[in-house]
Structures are given as C-alpha cells and as structure tokens.
Design a protein around this ligand. Sequence first.
Ligand code: 5AD
Ligand code: SF4
Length: 426
Amino acid sequence: MNVYDGDRMAELLTDQGLSAAPEGDDADLVVLNTCHIREKAAEKVYSDIGRLRRDDGTAPLIAVAGCVAQAEGEEIMARAPSVRMVVGPQAYHRLPEMLADATHGKRVTDTDMPLETKFGALPSRRRSGPTAFLTVQEGCDKFCTYCVVPYTRGAEVSRPFADLVDEAQRLVEAGAREITLLGQNVNAWTGEDGKGRTIGLDGLIRALAALPDLARIRYTTSHPNDMTDALIAAHGEIDKLMPYLHLPVQSGNDRVLKAMNRSHSAESYLKVLEKVRAARPDIALSGDFIVGFPGESDAEFDDTLKIVGQVGYAQAFSFKYSPRPGTPAATMDDQIPADVMNERLQRLQDALNRDQMAFNQASVGKTCAILIERKGRHPGQWLGKSPWLQSVHFEGEAAIGDIVTVELTSAGPNSLGARLLQPSHA
Ligand code: 5AD
Ligand code: SF4
C-alpha cells in the first residue's frame, strides 16, 4: 500500500509542476514514505534523514509521510530539525498546501484522519505499468494485540464501488493488464453496486473482470474470518482472478491466536483453506507468521511448524515479534528473548523455504501464461509472473505487457526458468 500511496503522492506533486528527480540526482524535495509495522522499518526513517544531509551541510526539503509520521510525528519534528513536513497516510492529499507553507520556511504537520477521504482530492490516474495497485479498502477494526495498523491507518473504510471501477478503467487505459486490489483487510470490502445492491469483494472482482482489457486480478491482504463463501466461490468461477491467496494465520497455536486476538483458531483457518482448495484446486497459498509473540512456548511454536506442514505454502512472510508502542501485546508479561526468537525464525523459514522450493519444482513441466513485467538481467531475457505469482524468466520475441504462453523448465527457490511457446496474445 505504501507503493500505491507513493505513486499517488508523485502524481499529486507532478500536477504542482514538480518532476521526479532521476535516481542518484540531488532532489529539491524528498518524501520519505514510512512503515511502522515493525520496529526495524520504523527506525529506518531516522537513518534515511541523516543520509540526506549533503556534504556542504545543507539538506533537501524533507517530508516524512506514512505510518511513522502518523504515530511519531511530534517526535520526528523534535528529533530531526531538517524535516519540514510530517504527513499521515490519510492526509497526504494536502501535500501541495503543506509544500507551499514549507517553502516559506514553516514546519508543518498534518496527521488528521478526515472522514471525507483523501481519494476524492487526488488527481485521476494517468500512468501505469503492466501491473498496478488499487487501494479499495483502508484501515482495520480487528485490533490484533500486536498490530499498530488500527491506530496508524485508522478505522476500516471501503472506497465506493463506482470510484473503484472508474480508477480501474483509467489504469487499464493507461496500460495495466493486471490489477492488485489492496487493503489492510481487503476481503472486508463492502459497497453498493450500480443497482443499489450491497456487494462484497467478490462482487467488485466480478465487475472489474468485465473490463475487456484487464487480464488479471489479485487481492491482498485478507483476514481468515472475512473469507466469505461467495469470495471463495469466486476463485472457482472468475478466470481473471488469479489462483493465488495470501491469507495470514500468524500462529498455529490456539492459545497464542487468542492472545493475539485473532478471533480464529488453527482449525477454522484450515477449514477456510480446505474450501478454497475445493473451489480452485491449483491455488497457490501464502501466509504471514509471527514468531516469539509474548508467552509463546516451545510447544506452542511447534504448532506453527505443524500448520506450515499441513498447508504447504507456495510463499510466505515470517517475522520476529516486534513490540509496537501503544499495542496491548507490547506490555504483556513474558516477552521472548531475542536468541529464542532468532532460533524459531530460522527453523520456520527453513521449513517455509523448503515448501516454496517444492512448490516451484512441482511447477516444472507445466504450461502457463506469463505477464511480462520487465526486461531480465541478461540481454534478450524477459521477466514476468506466472498465475501463481512466481517470477519467471525466459528469452524470445516479446514485449513488456505481453501475456505469453511458456513451458516452465527449471525451478529455483525464488524464480523459474521457462521456454516461450507462443508469443503475445491478448
Ligand atoms: N511484530 C511482528 N510482525 C508483525 N506484523 C504485524 N505486526 C507485527 C509486529 N508487531 C506482521 C503480521 C502481519 C504482517 C503485515 O506483519 O504477520 O500479517
Ligand atoms: Fe493488523 Fe491485520 Fe490484525 Fe488488522 S487484521 S490488526 S491489519 S494484523
């Protein structure tokens, strides 16, 4: 979502007459778009601010945006005098006015979460690569005890159906072949279709699938409790909806899940996956995991390894628990020592990497469509994505944005090699 927000800020500033500084060039303005989800991500902003100081002691105009700005705006202003603007994730449509003030020497902060959303104030989409993000939902009301998102992004809000169809249409006109629908809780999206009926994410996907030049639809990230039967069924019914589902579970142990306030059990999560696999047997599954949540015992961690073994993920993201200021878990007893967390993370990642490799190896020999995203590292080589979100490289007559048919011929842990069978088709 930060990539999406970054694009929107860039578009907004372009309309003010600014243009992107080439990588490595001295910029007049630098916007640091930050993440507060874990401590490591949040700390990065201070080292980045320091690095922006030029040899002669001057610095560009610096704006700190994103969730660190939202959560620690005052602290940033106090700690980093070179920062002139602090702008939260729900206020960045106000960047132009803030920039006008900042260029007149003021230091300005806007971390409001206005009810009237920022989206209406942003310019419409005019540029896109072959793949595009589209934020359909923001914020979260789930309050998992480790997570800052409900505090930094605010309450759950769904963008209106008509606005989304319009933005998707414009992205497609600008060249998008694939759109990934984004939300902290994307499958909680709800809206009213053109006929006044209340619909869920499945209904939105169905409507977007009707855009003729849009070839692929994905969505991320979802909560297990919002995987409705209608959304699960959509995986079996809508060809353009790619066979990939990112569904975080965080832990395989029910006591830990309860302490996390996840409001699902290991079993209810597995039940959802069972239904998804019944609807779309070739679906690739992905998940998020946290190791070392306060109080997690060795045996409880083993349950996480167990669920990993049961699911067989094609891809996954795993993290050491990071205490976040203001969240209930940060003050829980029995915080887990770093060495224990490190050891658990290593064991979990070994298991996840093995499964990812196995998934990739099992794909060898398959014929599938690849959406070409960019040139590869070698001359004449292309890089694209399989329907299962694997990176695939191959050579042949093709162009960025083409969807080509290949045979997958070799597998590595993070990418596959392929042979081009059939050049571009729509
Ligand atoms: N510590 C570690 N990982 C976290 N995540 C969210 N909050 C924390 C935290 N405090 C992880 C979860 C979530 C992903 C986006 O980041 O796994 O699904
Ligand atoms: Fe955070 Fe996701 Fe839980 Fe919401 S559902 S509180 S975004 S981990």
